[in-house]
Design a protein around this ligand. Structure first.
Ligand code: NAG
Ligand code: NAG
Ligand code: NAG
Length: 735
């Protein structure tokens, strides 16, 4: 029984890894599973490529290793100043710190060990071939379960060069061991055992989740303890245990001691939903009739993809950027540059872009739900929760997979294979077109296919899956995109039909199935975008569209038209943007010192999307902690310590180190190195289609060139000709 429990809890945290293992068994080698008889040297597949196309858009063809092959990272060496720490370097950090006086005589865990990036000024001067700057590690550790220390370890001198204790309120990102330990803690409790048994659940079927406890100020037991709430489910009969909540049972656990503090048990009268037919695994689903409505589909890339990845440097079409996994942010894009087709010069666009924080408040103030106000990056580690991607289903064929090297609580490095994928995407879209109509008698048909480059990671923070894309276009546009899927966090209820619900009762959500409510919630994803448009000094300009009433002097039959009114933001307050449909603006990041030939400042604009805004009371504790969602756009002067919108330590944070607090200083931002923050938002009122697993819902925003180029940068892009692509015949086609 004990053993089965262990497996259950283990399964919970490493299900991603297990899923990958299963995938390996199904697809031993991709090259063996050819769906099409696509033989380049045979007649069935003509293979004439347009040299013209290839000479315009630089081609970097490199055979990708099979995505299912594990790469050995033991001999990895950093080659770029921003390259993540290697296995060898992690081991060096551990060995230096094992001799460090503070830690020598203490018990400690490492909440994070990451590269401390060299100063931006130095990184920008660095050229391939130059020696690397001294490599440094930034370490966050909990010492004796009582204090949090922030250390910098210089690997070149083997010295600890910074040592700060409890620099800000809150606790660091949990380790995976913290989370696993917390879910075990209730098993030692007699009271827990009793209530589980009383509800008719076998201990062996219990699956528990670690739910970050938030901070609510007034509650006494929240003082000076690193706390987590554990909630449990019955996994009997389904792998989708999330659909079988043991409602109202909340175990408060001291995370440093891994001990139960108290148990709240307020749902004894609520039945556990039956979970019938909720298992989403293909292998166990009962298929009724033929459901394979689609033939297999894949992108044809007979010459392989057009990108190269050298270490962490990605080159594709006119783009170049540095890409790395990060335990907290997930994916970090650095030094994104675009080669201008007119001058062939590489031009800076963005120094660094990443997901800085998330905020996911549930809209139910009752005992077992009020604290569900997750900040997934700072509490759980968005990258720590990014499981291996599933080739062919998560990313298409020809994708390149990048592994992550992460560390466990004792600092031991481990590899998360296939943590990020990079691939070219062609969705049948059009990059630009024009066809002349017969009126002009000019017979012109010109259209260009749109191909993009996608960088993808998928974080499964317990039940929810966040598909995080960075999409790059040949016309200079960058599109950060979020896809939400996975499994709803649901609530048990005595009702199994809406006609049983008394009119005065509010459910906090939607009845989705027997005894099961999908609780309303929001998702906010805040990006930190260090824009450097053609260099560091940039300005933020609000281009407001205003209705202008025509005056008699204008002598026009029109009464009104729209004017674009430009206003340069002088300080941070001028750049706190709340979107308004009937008072619209464009939001430009310009370099006021660089002009196009006709005199416009070069720039990029932030084009909003996913625009749900928070409606919580600004003084509500979760909203104070997540005050970075108070506006959709913020602009701050560059400050390398201001990276995490909810603060360096967001676990049980009190809202004293947020983007709102920094921006309240109202610093000058005109013609300075500036950072733009954008928040994508979703309101989610669950519906029955979200049960038992959610179809993906996506939103994105754009960073789009605005007078950055002299003209359309893909003006000279060639079309695709019939001869460019092989004609692949289905293997069994009789035609
Ligand atoms: C491809 O076609 C050529 C010519 O028809 C044939 O000799 C070769 O064996 C084929 N290769 C594969 C992998 O089927
Ligand atoms: C739970 O309690 C039952 C009966 O009181 C006991 O037999 C069982 O061993 C306990 N299980 C655990 C995991 O503590
Ligand atoms: C950078 O940000 C930190 C945290 O907000 C602040 O303490 C520090 O004074 C800032 N530095 C500068 C130069 O503004």
């Amino acid at each position: 029984m004990e053993h089965r429990n262990f497996l259950r809890f283990f399964f919970l945290f490493f299900s991603g890894a297990l899923a990958l293992l299963v995938t390996w068994l199904h697809f031993p080698s991709l090259s063996d599973t050819q769906l099409l008889d696509c033989n380049l040297s045979s007649d069935s597949c003509s293979s004439h490529y347009s040299r013209f196309f290839r000479s315009k858009l630089p081609t970097f063809i490199k055979k990708n290793p099979s995505p299912t092959r594990r790469r050995d990272h033991h001999n990895d060496t950093p080659r770029h100043p921003l390259d993540p720490l290697t296995i060898h370097e992690f081991n060096q950090v551990r060995s230096i710190l094992s001799r460090y006086p503070l830690l020598k005589s203490s018990s400690y865990i490492f909440n994070s060990i990451t590269l401390e990036e060299p100063p931006k000024k130095l990184v920008k001067q660095w050229k391939p071939g130059d020696p690397l700057f001294p490599r440094k590690a930034s370490v966050i550790a909990r010492v004796n379960g009582a204090s949090t220390v922030l250390l910098t370890v210089d690997l070149s001198t083997q010295q600890v060069t910074r040592h700060e204790v409890d620099p800000v309120s809150g606790y660091p990102t949990m380790t995976v061991e913290d989370m696993v330990g917390a879910t075990y803690a209730p098993l030692k409790s007699f009271e827990f055992n009793r209530t589980i048994t009383a509800r008719g659940v076998k201990m062996a079927d219990v699956a528990c989740l670690p739910v970050s406890s938030g901070w609510y100020g007034k509650i006494k037991e929240e003082q000076n303890l690193r706390l987590i709430k554990v909630q449990c489910y019955s996994s009997e009969g389904t792998a989708n245990f999330y659909m079988r909540p043991i409602e109202g049972l909340t175990v408060l656990v001291d995370m440093d001691k891994q001990e139960v503090v108290s148990i709240s048990d307020k749902g004894r009268n609520i039945p556990i939903p039956n979970g019938i037919d909720t298992d989403y695994r293909y292998s166990v689903q009962k298929l009724r009739g033929k459901l394979d409505l689609l033939n297999p589909i894949s992108l044809e890339q007979p010459k392989g993809p057009s990108f190269t990845i050298d270490g962490n440097l990605v080159k594709w079409a006119n783009w170049e950027f540095h890409l790395k996994p990060d335990p907290r942010a997930g994916v970090v894009i650095s030094q994104a540059k675009f080669r201008d087709p007119e001058t062939s010069k590489l031009r800076e666009v963005m120094y660094k872009g990443f997901t800085s924080e998330l905020f996911v408040p549930y809209m139910d103030p009752t005992d077992a739900w009020y604290f569900k106000t997750y900040m997934d990056a700072g509490e759980y580690g968005f990258g720590l929760q990014a499981m291996s991607l599933d080739p062919l289903n998560d990313c298409p064929r020809h994708a390149y997979y990048m592994d992550g090297v992460l560390t466990s609580a004792d600092g031991t490095p481990y590899v998360r294979p296939n943590m990020i994928c990079v691939f070219e995407s062609y969705a049948g879209d059009i990059a630009w077109r024009h066809v002349e109509c017969p009126i002009t008698d000019l017979q012109i048909t010109e259209a260009r296919p749109k191909v993009t480059l996608v960088v993808r990671m998928a974080a499964a923070v317990a039940n929810y899956d966040y598909i995080m894309d960075w999409e790059f276009q040949t016309d200079g546009l960058i599109r950060p995109k979020v896809g939400l899927s996975g499994i709803l966090m649901v609530k048990g209820t005595p009702y199994d039909h809406t006609n049983q619900i008394p009119p005065q009762e509010y459910l906090y959500g939607t009845l989705l199935a027997d005894n099961l409510i999908g609780v309303i919630h929001d998702h906010y994803i805040t990006y930190r975008l260090d824009m450097d448009i053609d260099g560091e000094p940039n300005s933020f300009v609000k281009v407001n569209l205003k209705r202008h009433q025509t005056s008699p002097e204008e002598d026009s039959p029109r009464r009104s038209y729209l004017k674009a009114v430009r206003k340069v933001a002088k300080t941070e307050k001028d750049a706190e943007i709340r979107l308004k449909l009937y008072d619209p603006s464009e939001f430009h990041v310009i370099n006021p010192n660089k002009k196009t030939k006709v005199g416009n400042p070069v720039g990029y604009k932030v084009v909003p999307g996913g625009t749900a805004a928070t409606l919580l009371d600004p003084e509500d504790p979760p909203q104070k902690r997540a005050a970075f969602t108070n506006n959709q756009i913020w602009v701050t002067p560059y400050n390398e310590t201001e990276q995490w919108a909810g603060g360096l330590f967001v676990y049980q944070s009190q809202g004293d180190d947020t983007l709102q607090v920094w921006a309240n200083r109202d610093r000058e931002i005109e013609n300075k190195d500036i950072v733009v923050w954008y928040t994508i938002g979703f309101h989610h009122i669950p519906c029955q289609e979200d049960y038992p697993i959610m179809p993906t819902v996506s939103s994105s925003f754009d960073l789009k060139p605005v007078n950055f180029f002299e003209r359309n940068p893909i003006f000279r892009m060639p079309p695709t000709f019939e001869d460019d692509l092989p004609v692949c015949k289905p293997r069994d086609s009789s035609a």
